[in-house]
Design a protein. Structure first.
Length: 449
């Protein structure tokens, strides 16, 4: 692999590299623009509609208006990123007269991303920055592995998630004064009783003196079926320092079973949506899906995580006869090991980068670090530029889902950009692209622009 060759320039024209399917830069960019508008519109329409449905209430007219405007603004953002990339490539070639290692992809992508992120709503910029930083960090690691600079660590993703979430849970127990989304998620998954500032709750009073309501036969049947379970749970005790109202065993089982049901339901719904056409033709596959072992992975993770955290936290309170935020470190790490049933690099890196974000925000608030104006925007541009850079030079190192996203937003143009002119740099970009397309069974001859 040549190193010094990266400083040389190539005299290829825009048609030789950027848009070999047309001689006109305007035609190449405009055709991409119209496709990007359609793809972005469909994508963000789905995202915003799902967000509305998750509120589980009928939206007001003002809410619908804001949603519509949000779809338009986010569509403009994503379109500007895709269209601006193609436009910047041709623009830089026109003013410089050639391409070099950086202007092949990184610099034009940075320029396009800078304009695009300023189009998007400020409230969404941090989320977008977190996402592309997540993918870019994984891409950097893949690039290092491909160059044999580092070796993958067995279960490294599990260790990364466990240590990151343990640190976040320590802050959750000790006190964070943050409205970050990760703490909101922990309130749902772990429960509000473990959070700093939540008052200890006394065991619920007996319901013997409460006025009884009319119960249907189905409810009475279910109640009688679960009566032995409730009786068993009440027979266990709760430590006096435990903040939860029920027994420790009941507290653990309730949290685990609830989140297992949520995880199983989510995975089942996702599987049904992805196989909707196939299931409509053959509905008999649905019962088999219900008992498929792969259906249990998300449920085991979401159920095992709170169950382990709650059980270890309660056990430490019984053993030490006191409560302490430091319990969350061990309980959080052991709970994080449940991630082994649903290993996903995105989730592990999300926990890590969320921890970094929370620590930085905390350090700024305490005056330990300076606040960097525009740091989020620059981080977004740098991370996105790295991803576009990798898509051209070494697409095999991109996360597969992000490569599919680039293929979709560009209408396949990113795979049709000629890598022949890049062979002099010694990265075997053409060969690696061909292997990736073969692996994905992508036939670029079918693309028409």
């Amino acid at each position: 692999m040549s190193i010094f060759s990266k400083y040389q320039t190539i005299d290829a024209t825009c048609m030789d590299y950027v848009h070999p399917w047309t001689q006109s830069c305007a035609d190449g960019s405009c055709s991409l623009f119209f496709h990007a508008v359609q793809h972005s519109g469909r994508l963000y329409f789905t995202v915003y509609m799902l967000s509305l449905l998750m509120h589980r209430r009928i939206p007001s007219a003002q809410k619908l208006k804001n949603t519509f405007l949000g779809i338009l603004q986010s569509t403009a953002f994503l379109t500007a990123n895709a269209f601006g990339y193609s436009l910047s490539l041709c623009f830089l070639r026109a003013i410089m007269g050639n391409f070099n290692f950086m202007t092949i992809s990184y610099v034009p992508s940075f320029m396009a991303s800078l304009v695009a992120i300023l189009v998007e709503r400020p409230s969404r910029r941090s989320l977008l920055t977190l996402y592309v930083t997540n993918v870019a960090s994984e891409t950097l690691f893949r690039m290092a592995v491909w160059r044999k600079m580092v070796k993958p660590i067995p279960y490294g993703d599990v260790m990364l998630f466990a240590t990151s979430i343990a640190s976040v849970l320590y802050m959750y127990r000790k006190g964070h004064n943050s409205k970050d989304a990760i703490f909101s998620m922990l309130r749902v998954v772990i429960g509000p009783y473990e959070e700093h500032g939540s008052a200890s709750v006394d065991p619920p009073a007996s319901s013997a003196n409460r006025p009884s309501k009319a119960k249907g036969p189905l409810f009475e049947c279910l109640e009688s079926f679960l009566a032995p379970y409730y009786k068993l749970m009440k027979s266990f005790k709760r430590h006096e320092t435990c903040p939860h109202p029920s027994s420790c065993v009941g507290y653990t089982m309730k949290g685990g079973l609830k989140m297992f049901a949520v995880g199983y339901g989510l995975q089942f719904c996702m599987r049904v949506l992805l196989r909707a056409k196939r299931l409509m033709k053959n509905p008999s596959q649905i019962p088999g899906m219900l008992i498929d072992r792969k259906m249990l992975s998300l449920g085991l993770f979401l159920g095992g995580f709170p169950a382990i955290f709650r059980s270890v936290s309660c056990a430490l309170r019984w053993i030490r006869n006191k409560d302490s935020p430091s319990h969350a470190t061990l309980a959080g790490f052991l709970a994080g090991l449940a991630f082994v049933s649903y290993r996903d690099n995105s989730v592990a890196l999300y926990a890590f980068w969320k921890l970094m974000e929370v620590l930085y925000t905390r350090a700024v608030a305490q005056g330990q670090l300076p606040e960097l104006p525009g740091a989020g925007v620059l981080l977004y541009c740098s991370a996105t530029a790295l991803l576009f850079h990798a898509a051209i030079w070494e697409p095999q190192n991109l996360r597969p889902s992000y490569w599919d996203f680039l293929q979709g937003i560009s209408g396949g143009r990113v795979s049709c950009m000629s890598r022949d002119v890049l062979e002099c740099f010694g990265l075997e970009s053409k060969k690696n692209l061909e292997l990736l397309l073969l692996k994905n069974r992508t036939d670029i001859t079918k693309f028409k622009f």
